[in-house]
Design a protein around this ligand. Sequence first.
Ligand code: SF4
Ligand code: SF4
Length: 187
Amino acid sequence: MQLTNRAKPVDRKPLSIAEKIYLPAVLKGMGITFSHIFKKKVTINYPEETRPFSPVFRGLHILNRDEEGRENCTACGLCAVACPAEAITMDAAERLPGEENLYREEKYAAKYEINMLRCIFCGLCEEACPKDAIYLTETFAPANYSRKSFVYGKDNLVIPHPKENPEAFAKAKGLIDERKAKANQAK
Ligand code: SF4
Ligand code: SF4
């Protein structure tokens, strides 16, 4: 019994000689393959080659330090409030006497975490920050096997210390300056 009228009869006609020897089909397939040799490649040899990022690309976050190496973040929580994915969590702590060289403000983030699996890289945290502390860069989280490893803490986020690792600091600062320049251009 036929339930619908969508059924199509199967074509069961016997194969022709050309179809039986498969040669014309193989040659047709090879013709298609060879025709692509002279066309511009759409693929690249990643990771040796990378494509340029879009000027508006937003990637992994970094937490900024000032030129003296003090952390900018004052744990105000504005980034966490602005985050639509609720990806940011932090614990605030008060700076103790003698810690002025570590933290720029009287309050700082003792713990600061971003869950990169929740993050949608919208950049709202960067826009909400009043302390020039959080920036999104042109890098992305490397692949990993465990979900836990995508919760980035301060050890992953805070940029290197300018006195302990000046080269890495300059590189990280460069990313921030680039981002600022692009933001100014877009205005
Ligand atoms: S980029 Fe957007 S989603 Fe990701 S942590 Fe910042 S505010 Fe949240
Ligand atoms: S990163 Fe900026 S907005 Fe977020 S808690 Fe630190 S100072 Fe506040």
